[in-house]
Design a protein around this ligand. Structure first.
Ligand code: ATP
Ligand code: MG
Ligand code: MG
Ligand code: MG
Length: 436
């Protein structure tokens, strides 16, 4: 992509309404534009990252054997009356009436709808377990939408649902999702710690919020400092078919949200307890027959009796993750994208547009990166070098390759690592070889 053709409305001034770094930087880098409170239009740079994040989520769901579907954003109120949630959900639900005066709603989540799909098609225990997910926009009329995409009203969520014959097999599904989540966040360069979370009236140990530690996080969380120091996916137990030993080991390290944390009974000595703020980037929950019972989602069991299925649901805040990644990875100059979610891998800067040698070298390198399948953004604008450097630092591409008249006369370019700031003079051929 050429910057001269790329719609990248960067801002020099810091928008007054943005209170935290990620919100500020997303606006300044021209990633999103607020259309109403908590409702955003995604501009080209933002959309590229959103799609990358969604794709990592998708790949890890697929790898875990979960089936992708796509349910609509609009749902019928009657479906929610079956579970009793239409009246219970309260003001966070956006209720809509169509021209025939039918009551509809913009889905804040999809337990009812997916349960309806399940009960329509699945009749026998032999078809279990069933695991379905989708990546779809949700609407929750949050009292206080804030921090940009972190707490939007319209936001992108991956929500998965599991259906099993009994609790024992439902826990296997739960463990499968648990591990898929760890892999997902790690691929985005994030450390998300699974913390014991509230199960409400359902009770039990099977609810974890995945939390990214950040000063600007909205919740208060507590964990053993071992969590911060350990890369849990390195434990070979994670490769076993039975994931229970892995999950037992991982959750053996204490981690709890404020609702679950009890200072009087905390097993971690004070000197090892991390007390911090955190961002909830995902939530997994086993809730038994809460929806299947009222909605009559049942199968024929081996003894031919009818059994109500056990369910779990598993959410990831896809759009919120962009905020969380930026909170975890930025500096004064701008965003620092981990390579896996970067909108482009390389920013190729032609310092002197109009100079025949620079232009020829930039075009040549650009064509070669493109041919090698490397995502590259060529700054071919006729702008001052200072503006180009500032914009490139702001949008945070992992690598910058700078072509200037002096260097290129000797066949040299400068390669800068955005994260470390390290700069090296290398030949054009070296730059190509190292970055392709
Ligand atoms: P929160 O406690 O932040 O309000 P939640 O517990 O209500 O979130 P869940 O119902 O668990 O949210 O939804 C699954 C995931 O969706 C959350 O873990 C979070 O990452 C994301 N999410 C929830 N609400 C929002 C929102 N308003 N904007 C962006 N992402 C959200
Ligand atoms: Mg909420
Ligand atoms: Mg929550
Ligand atoms: Mg939650």
């Amino acid at each position: 992509m050429r910057l001269s053709k790329f719609f990248l409305p960067t801002l020099k001034e810091t928008p007054a309404e943005a209170q935290i770094a990620s919100h500020r930087l997303m606006l300044r880098a021209g990633m999103v534009r607020q259309q109403s409170a908590g409702i955003y239009a995604w501009l080209p740079l933002g959309l590229r990252v959103l799609n990358k994040v969604a794709n990592i989520v998708r790949e890890e769901q697929n790898r875990a054997g979960i089936n992708e579907i796509l349910m609509p954003t609009l749902q019928s109120a009657d479906l929610w009356r079956e579970s009793g949630r239409y009246d219970d959900y309260g003001q966070e639900m956006l209720r809509i009436t169509d021209r025939h005066k039918r009551e509809m709603l913009y889905g804040p989540t999809n337990e009812e709808m997916v349960t309806d799909i399940f009960r329509t098609y699945v009749r026998s225990y032999k078809q279990l377990p069933v695991n379905l997910y989708h990546i779809q926009w949700k609407f929750r009329d949050e009292v206080r939408p804030r921090f940009g995409v972190m707490r939007g009203r319209e936001f992108l969520m991956k929500d998965a649902y599991s259906f099993d014959l009994d609790k024992e097999s439902a826990v296997k599904s739960y463990n499968n999702h648990f591990v898929a989540y760890l892999r997902t966040y790690q691929r985005m360069g994030l450390k998300a710690i699974p913390m014991k979370a509230d199960t409400g009236p359902i009770g039990g140990d099977h609810s974890h919020e995945f939390i990214v530690l950040a000063e600007t996080g909205e919740s208060q969380v507590f964990c053993d400092k071992a969590w911060v120091e350990t890369d849990v996916l390195e434990n070979p137990l994670v490769k076993e078919k039975d994931l229970q030993p892995f999950v037992d080991w991982a959750t053996g390290m204490y981690a709890a949200t404020e609702e679950k944390h009890d200072p009087a009974n905390c097993p971690v000595p004070a000197e090892n307890l991390v007390t911090a703020r955190g961002i909830e980037v995902g939530h997994i929950f086993y809730f038994g027959t809460k929806y299947s019972e009222p909605m009559k989602a049942a199968v024929t069991a081996p003894g031919s009796e009818t059994v109500t299925v056990h369910m779990g649901s598993y959410g990831i805040g896809v759009s919120r993750l962009l905020g969380a990644i930026i909170e975890a990875s930025h500096d004064d100059a701008g965003i620092i994208w981990p390579e896996s979610v970067a909108p482009f891998k390389i920013g190729l800067i032609n310092m002197k547009v109009g100079d025949a040698t620079c232009d020829a070298a930039a075009e040549d390198l650009y064509a070669k990166f493109e041919a090698a399948g490397v995502e590259v953004l060529l700054d071919d604008r006729d702008e001052r070098a200072g503006v180009k450097f500032a914009d490139m630092d702001l949008i945070g591409l992992p690598w910058q390759v700078v072509i200037g008249p002096r260097g290129i006369a000797n066949g040299m370019v400068e390669v800068k690592n955005r994260k470390t700031g390290e700069k090296r003079e290398v030949t054009v051929a070296q730059a190509l070889a190292e970055l392709s």
